[in-house]
Design a protein around this ligand. Structure first.
Ligand SMILES: Cc1cc2nc3c(=O)[nH]c(=O)nc-3n(C[C@H](O)[C@H](O)[C@H](O)COP(=O)(O)OP(=O)(O)OC[C@H]3O[C@@H](n4cnc5c(N)ncnc54)[C@H](O)[C@@H]3O)c2cc1C
Length: 445
């Protein structure tokens, strides 16, 4: 398309949206466009055709219909935490302002708008002694997190966040606003519980809350050794479901804010969140400490769930391991020694693995350990291939070329069937999507 035609199409799209939408509509060149067009990832520099700040469901619908009339893609962005594809030439639909939380303490459910972040749900639920299945960061968006499965520190006890969704309102590619649930559009409802954002625009989400108030959470630091990592591989699967742990191999900074015993040292940081009786936490941890100790630094505390800041590791390499054999541990520690990479081995299982037959497609439920490295070497994937399953988890996956690896073969087949039915033209194609779009306006990745 030549430049004049592009500008003409552009102004028609902007103008049409400005008339139809009650929220902000920002065209290239405006200060608001510059401020709003980027996601969190610094390497993405998207140039959308227009940025829309949706104020309500009617704005979302108007944006979808305008994008389709003009033959441009549409990208949904709430917080930008999980955006991995640049929304070039697209309608960038920001739901950020559509925050709302309604807690029903009697039914123990919350209903949220599509821009809501976990911090808002945590604050609204805590006065009732309730908690959502939030993740490591309160600034992450509830909807994007839940559509991608959502694994938090209560997941071994209560399952993926996606497993706790009871209803979702979604605008489909054909412009229909559907209320989905176990008995309403059950195939679409199933896909939304872990299949990602490629099935429609979720305009509200209702999910279970759990009676969790105080937890024992934080970190225990022990010396780094391969024997300790090996012990963890055998010990973690024996833990009760209310105890979640991860073993993190970390090089601690040498800065003043780091306790002297840890400064400039490679250690094991055992991350712990126990939602059972605090009187039992240290007894449950004792075998691991006996094998890996002594504890060099202790940051384990009893505190409200909403204040447990567990942190995360950027998943630049991600795989699932069925076990932690010596060869795998040697390779992981070699990566740590070579690049200073943080290595996070997280124990899954529990309620995630025990979900009922109607559970959504989230995750590879039977695999006990996820392994994440934040600074892998060029050959890390090859060296670890013998030990991993090759599987991934949608929320920890940046590479949209690997989206299918986030699902079992059976779930992938079922997801593709749902996608073909509800989005036959592949309109929702920016980000993680399960089907190769056969769309005339598709751009090369
Ligand atoms: C610091 C940090 C900590 C994290 N911790 C965890 C964790 O503990 N557990 C975990 O499971 N994940 C975690 N994640 C991953 C996170 O859950 C995903 O990146 C998720 O996609 C973020 O959603 P968002 O709405 O905040 O991001 P956005 O970038 O705004 O959205 C990401 C994608 O979600 C989809 N989406 C968002 N809103 C809608 C909607 N209304 N309708 C349809 N699709 C929509 C779209 O596909 C969009 O591309 C973390 C990420 C970061 C950066």
């Amino acid at each position: 398309m030549n430049r004049i035609a592009t500008i003409a199409r552009q102004s028609t799209l902007d103008g049409e949206l400005a008339r139809a939408v009650s929220g902000g509509v920002h065209a290239p060149g405006s200060a608001a466009y510059e401020a709003l067009r980027r996601p969190l990832r610094p390497d993405l520099d998207p140039r959308p055709a227009v940025v829309v700040e949706a104020a309500n469901v009617a704005d979302i619908r108007a944006s979808l219909l305008a994008a389709q009339r003009h033959g441009v893609p549409l990208a949904v962005q709430a917080t930008g935490h999980g955006t991995h594809v640049a929304a070039d030439d697209a309608v960038l639909l920001r739901t950020t302002d559509m925050t709302s939380v309604l807690v029903d303490p009697a039914r123990r459910v919350a209903r949220v708008g599509p821009g809501t972040r976990w911090s808002e749900v945590l604050a609204a639920a805590a006065p009732f002694g309730l908690a959502p299945l939030s993740g490591s960061s309160p600034t992450v968006g509830v909807t994007g997190y839940t559509l991608g499965g959502g694994v938090g520190w209560l997941a071994r006890r209560h399952g993926f966040a996606a497993d706790s969704v009871v209803r979702a309102q979604v605008l489909t590619a054909d412009g229909r606003l559907l209320t989905t649930g176990p008995d309403q559009y059950p195939d679409l409802f199933w896909a939304l519980r872990g299949g990602g954002g490629g099935f429609g625009i979720v305009t509200s989400l209702e999910f279970r809350l759990y009676p969790v108030d105080q937890v024992t959470a934080g970190f225990l630091y022990v010396p780094l050794s391969g024997e300790a990592v090996a012990f963890y591989g055998g010990w973690a699967p024996s833990l009760p479901d209310d105890l979640s742990t991860a073993l993190v191999v970390r090089r601690m900074p040498g800065t003043e804010d780091v306790p002297p015993a840890l400064r400039d040292r490679s250690v094991i940081m055992l991350k712990v969140l126990h939602s059972g009786d605090p009187a039992h936490t240290r007894r449950l941890l004792a075998p691991m400490i006996a094998a890996a100790g002594p504890v060099v630094h202790d940051e384990l505390r009893v505190l409200p769930y909403a204040q447990a800041a567990m942190g995360g590791t950027a998943a630049r390499h991600l795989d699932f391991f069925p076990a932690l054999p010596t060869g795998a541990i040697t390779e992981l520690l070699a990566d740590h020694a070579a690049t200073g990479s943080t290595v996070e081995i997280r124990h899954w299982g529990g309620a995630m693995a025990d979900a009922g037959p109607d559970a959504g497609p989230a995750g590879h439920r039977q695999t006990p350990f996820s392994v994440i490295l934040d600074t892998p070497r060029a050959d890390t994937a090859n060296r670890l291939a013998a030990y991993g399953t090759g599987a991934t988890f949608l929320n920890f996956l940046a590479d949209t070329g690997r989206t299918p690896t986030a699902f079992s073969a059976e779930n992938l087949r079922r997801l593709r069937a749902v996608k073909r039915f509800y989005d036959p033209d592949g309109f929702f194609r920016l980000g993680h999507t399960v089907a190769a779009p056969a769309h005339p306006h598709r751009r090369a990745a």
